[in-house]
Design a protein. Structure first.
Length: 506
């Protein structure tokens, strides 16, 4: 065995023991259980040695890894595999890392793969639309930063040379949503692997098939490139129990939750380093100085993108009275259906809200406008993308994140009132806000007051994701924990490496 193989075997063995809970091995264990432990140790050593001889240390020995699916029966097995892969990955070169990242990009940029995962996601979850999922998956593969995101910084002086480098956390547990299932897996795999980590995904059970397929595609390509096996893994049956097992396993060094408030709160209370990318309720403010026709087009495009599933998508419009009628007129011309009948609005409300009226009825999340209108007995063509309703500011459609193309419009007297209301209905999520205005002073005022991670000015919300606007793409927008639009550096530790009194060549 060479050094690397020994390190891997030791790590495998240690991982079995670091995971034991205090009650698992009683302090005064009887002789028989001690014997059992010793026998268990022998077995583990034998298994680790067998794994080494089966040729898994890809980067170290140039042997091609076993092509697995990356999906394990239990969370325990998945984590063990990712722990071993992490030890092996540490011995890969930066060139290896770059080749693995490019390999993942290449897989998902193949038209047949993009088409398959986009179609599967819509079919399995019953949410969103195929064309927009294509765009989202493509941008995740293309515009997620890789190694270039991890620039080393240096300080030199009489004291010598100090480097500050981005280094891996280790094994990351990544919990992914049903709304962007494959986008999040592509995006996080690239960013997390670029930073030197391995990753255990816990997908939403409702997007099981497509998530497992994405993980399998990644594993196949990494195997072809000679990567260590199981750098990106998951479980065959995703569930809340499995997610909790992931969160509580001491071998997981960092947690990343992309989802609603419950899961973000859970990871933030875990006692581990956690990144929380939570819910939003993005308001779109329109004032009298805006290009109203363009604002209308942008709002309809942003609100209807993937049937309003993205957490950044316009969820309510707040418009200054003076231009409200014209904005509504232009939105109708751009694909909105204005629902005016009070009875129908009431019917829509009972249909798309949950029983308590405190959030969406999941059966309608991510459905298209045409389908929703059909349930009200209204037939429209494919050109209708959004259902508009004029409401008061306290209406549940305004207050709650619906994730469907039902767009409430609230009139206010002036732009200051619009900004004030936008801040209120964003609920301090610090997620996303949109404003259409040419008044720089008011744009600045809104940005300052609302404090969102993304603030899009004069464009559709998705420009903030890197679709159409400048900047990299992400599907994990960490408002609550402050990393913002996550990329490789968010998944890395800062480490200092000091050479004393040498290597300053100035
Ligand atoms: P969700 O919260 O229902 O599920 C997200 C993940 O968390 C899933 O894997 C789910 O199984 C798990 N989960 C949820 N509650 C849990 C609990 N109590 N214990 C253990 N695991 C739990 O969210 P969703 O419906 O899949 O996605 C939509 C939500 O996610 C929206 O609120 C949206 O705004 C948000 N989101 C945010 C971002 C972001 O980057 N900030 C990106 C996508 C989605």
């Amino acid at each position: 065995m060479n050094d690397i193989e020994i390190a891997q075997a030791v790590s495998t063995i240690l991982s079995k023991f670091t995971k034991a809970t205090p009650d698992a091995v009683p302090a005064a264990a009887p002789a028989t259980s001690e014997t059992a432990r010793v026998e268990g140790l022998d077995e583990i050593v034998a298994k680790a040695l067998a794994q080494q001889s089966s040729g898994r240390a890809a980067c170290a020995t140039s042997q091609v890894a076993n092509a697995g699916t990356g999906a394990f029966e239990t969370m325990d097995e998945a984590i063990s595999a990712a722990v071993l892969a992490q030890v092996q990955y540490r011995h890969c070169s930066m060139q290896d890392r770059a080749s693995f990242i490019n390999g993942i990009r290449d897989v998902f940029l193949q038209e047949d793969v993009l088409s398959a995962i986009s179609r599967m996601a819509v079919e399995e979850t019953g949410m969103g639309n195929y064309e927009d999922k294509l765009i989202k998956n493509r941008v995740a593969a293309l515009k997620t930063p890789g190694l270039e995101d991890l620039a080393t910084s240096a300080v030199t002086g009489d004291g010598g040379l100090t480097l500050i480098e981005y280094s891996a956390f280790g094994v990351i547990g990544s919990i992914t949503p049903t709304t962007n299932p494959t986008e999040t897996i592509i995006n996080n795999s690239i960013g997390m692997l670029a930073a030197g980590n391995t990753v255990v995904f816990s997908p939403h059970p409702r997007s099981r098939k497509v998530s497992l397929y994405a993980v399998e595609l990644i594993n196949n390509r990494l195997a072809q490139l000679g990567a260590p096996a199981n750098m990106v893994v998951t479980v065959t049956k995703p569930s809340i129990d499995n997610t909790n097992a992931l969160i509580n396993d001491p071998r997981i060094n960092m947690l990343v939750a992309t989802g609603g408030p419950a899961i973000v709160k859970t990871v933030m209370s875990s006692g581990k380093k956690a990144i929380g990318a939570g819910a939003g309720n993005p308001p779109a403010v329109v004032d009298e100085t805006a290009d109203i026709e363009k604002a209308a087009r942008d709002i309809i495009k942003g609100c209807s993108f993937d049937n309003n599933l993205p957490c950044v998508a316009e969820k309510e419009v707040i418009v200054v009275n003076q231009v409200a009628d014209y904005l509504i007129h232009c939105m109708k011309k751009s694909g909105a259906y204005l629902l005016c009948d009070k009875k129908l609005i009431q019917q829509l409300q009972s249909l798309v809200l949950n029983e308590k009226g405190t959030g969406p009825n999941t059966a309608f999340v991510g459905k298209d406008a045409r389908y929703i209108l059909q349930q009200l007995g209204i037939t429209v063509g494919d050109d209708i993308k959004v259902i508009l309703i004029e409401t008061e500011k306290t209406h549940p459609f305004v207050v709650h994140e619906l994730m469907m193309p039902v767009l409430p419009v609230v009139r206010v007297d002036n732009v200051d009132e619009a900004i004030e209301l936008a801040v209120k209905v964003e609920h301090g999520n610090r997620h996303t806000a949109i404003m259409h205005s040419t008044n720089v002073e008011k744009l600045t005022k809104m940005a300052r007051l609302i404090q969102t991670t993304i603030f899009v000015k004069n464009g559709p919300s998705y420009a903030g994701l890197g679709v159409g606007g400048e900047g990299h793409a992400t599907f994990t927008i960490a408002g609550p924990t402050g990393e913002g639009l996550t990329s490789a550096r968010a998944f890395a530790r800062h480490r200092r490496c000091v050479m004393v009194e040498a290597l300053n060549i100035r």
